[in-house]
Design a protein around this ligand. Structure first.
Ligand code: ADP
Ligand code: GLC
Length: 485
């Protein structure tokens, strides 16, 4: 079976968050299930630069009004297609906005073009060596790719007879791609697409909404998030549509790339280890203390690796820092995002020298060193479709302390007395992201850390968890087959 996976990010070419880890891992996760997955990405400068010379296999004179080419290459040995449209993608800054953080005004066009190209490619518009490239199914990720199912439904290449089924995966309901009604005439869609079961949303176009309405199936990245988005608190306005799609919506938990995230073979670590050699983590802990300018001591060292946003509960983290330090804890934080949160973190670090260390920026290798040396990773997210950093924490014996929501609820077993007695606890969970809940969880974590034998047991349970792609790869393959049947 040939599947076209469409997204705006994929490791190792372009990443702003977990979406990239997942899109980058899927081709390998599915290869063992008889699925050949080709990834289609926008031709951002960083993507073109990383790939060097690519072969051009197709050209559009006017893809939503601009010239574009399709390039072929490889991503970690799997087939890759790159949409090279300089008018849309050749610019400095981030994938979705300029260096000042302002969204690009033409994002409607940049990502509708991606969807239009995907529908063309899947439908057979591209000839390679005289033979049309064809796909059995299109798998679109998040709002940036979600117009693909809309084009497949309302304007498929080659007409209705060539219509290809599609899936949309929601990685984050908070980002929906809403644009004004004036963009509609420029999308090249028939009038009937402008409707409540099409792409119209609150008087404009909703790109994620379009995908949710038009795809044959909708998935999200954890079973709990799949349930949560049926409610107003998590559905962000789209809960009605999610409920209406009924059984077409399901949750498939993300996996992690166990070749990249394995403490026994991680080249980023000062000392590699496995569950039988946990004492070696202290070498990494000492190195981390030095790197963050923290006091050297045997108390618990918390880490945070995150985008600095409201979703991630960073405002509440700021409120609990004095409590964390009061408990004898220390914190090493790596993140970037909201400028006000960055400043407040720097101020907290200045208030607690030797106890709180902050690194603003994006640093993949450092994030590995933190998982390998920290005692516990704190994830106080208000909502979390899946979350990957707690999964990396589990694999590294860096005990996750998480809000009970989304994928965090699905992947961590709280160290309550029953779970401890049964020997299954893997972390600490708390209900609600506010001062009382998070500070109580910190107290509980520090107590547990003080009971060294129990703490070790929790670390070992965590490291035994299997969050590789094995089960989830199978689940996606089953869903693809069900749609084609
Ligand atoms: P989200 O996609 O919502 O940001 P996830 O937990 O799914 O959350 O994925 C975040 C990914 O980005 C993880 O791979 C995490 O390690 C990484 N990450 C986040 N912030 C940073 C940072 N400042 N430096 C390095 N890696 C980071
Ligand atoms: C999103 C979510 C995160 C999820 C990631 C990959 O960015 O915020 O929870 O893990 O996508 O699916």
């Amino acid at each position: 079976m040939k599947v076209l996976s469409v997204a705006s990010e994929a490791v190792p070419l372009i990443k702003t968050g977990g979406l990239a880890d997942v899109v980058g891992a899927l081709p390998a996760a599915l290869a063992g299930h008889g699925v050949e997955m080709t990834t289609l990405l926008p031709g951002y400068p960083s993507v073109l630069k990383a790939l060097g010379r690519l072969r051009s296999v197709h050209a559009w004179d006017a893809l939503l009004g601009v010239p574009a080419r399709l390039l072929t290459g490889k991503i970690d040995g799997h087939p890759l297609l790159v949409l090279d449209a300089p008018a849309l993608y050749a610019r400095d800054g981030a994938p979705y906005g300029d260096a000042a953080g302002q969204d690009w005004a033409d994002n409607w066009q940049r990502f509708s073009a991606l969807g239009r190209a995907a529908a063309d490619i899947a439908g057979g518009a591209v000839d390679v060596r005289g033979k049309a490239m064809r796909f059995d199914l299109v798998h679109a990720h998040d709002w940036q790719a979600a117009m693909a199912p809309a084009y497949l439904r309302f304007a498929p290449f080659g007409g209705e007879a060539r219509r290809v089924p599609s899936i949309v995966t929601i990685h984050n309901m908070a980002f929906q791609g809403w644009f004004g009604a004036e963009t509609f005439p420029r999308l090249g869609l028939p009038r009937e697409a402008w409707s409540i079961d099409g792409i119209e949303y609150h008087g404009g176009i909703g790109m994620l909404k379009a995908g949710l309405a038009c795809a044959d199936a909708v998935t999200t990245v954890s079973p709990t998030y799949a349930r949560e988005i049926r409610s107003a608190a998590f559905g962000m306005g789209l809960e009605g549509l999610i409920v209406a799609r009924g059984r077409a919506v399901s949750g498939i938990l993300n996996g992690i790339d166990t070749a990249m995230w394995n403490p026994a073979g991680d080249a980023a670590l000062a000392a590699r280890y496995d569950a039988r050699k946990l004492e070696r983590r202290s070498v990494n802990k000492r190195a981390l203390e030095a790197e963050f300018g923290l006091d050297r001591d045997d108390g618990p060292l918390f880490i945070v690796v995150t985008r600095l946003t409201w979703q991630k509960g960073m405002d509440v983290l700021l409120e609990v820092l004095d409590h964390l330090v009061g408990l004898g804890g220390r914190l090493a934080l790596l993140g970037s995002g909201d400028a006000a949160i960055e400043q407040a973190l720097h101020a907290a670090a200045a208030r607690h020298p030797g106890r709180i260390g902050v690194r603003i920026g994006y640093d993949e290798a450092l994030s590995h060193r933190m998982q390998g040396g920290g005692d516990a990773i704190l994830v106080p997210s208000r909502f979390e479709p899946c979350g990957l950093t707690q999964l990396y924490g589990l694999a590294y014996g860096c005990v996750p302390v998480v809000a009970r929501t989304g994928g965090l609820a699905d992947t961590v077993i709280d160290a309550n007395p029953a779970a401890l007695a049964a020997g299954v606890a893997t972390g600490v969970q708390f209900d609600g992201v506010h001062y009382d809940a998070v500070s109580a969880a910190l107290t509980r974590t520090v107590d547990l850390y003080g009971r060294a034998e129990q703490w070790r047991a929790v670390q070992k349970n965590a490291m035994k968890c299997d969050f590789s792609w094995t089960a989830s790869g199978q689940a996606y393959a089953d869903l693809y087959r069900a749609l084609l049947a």
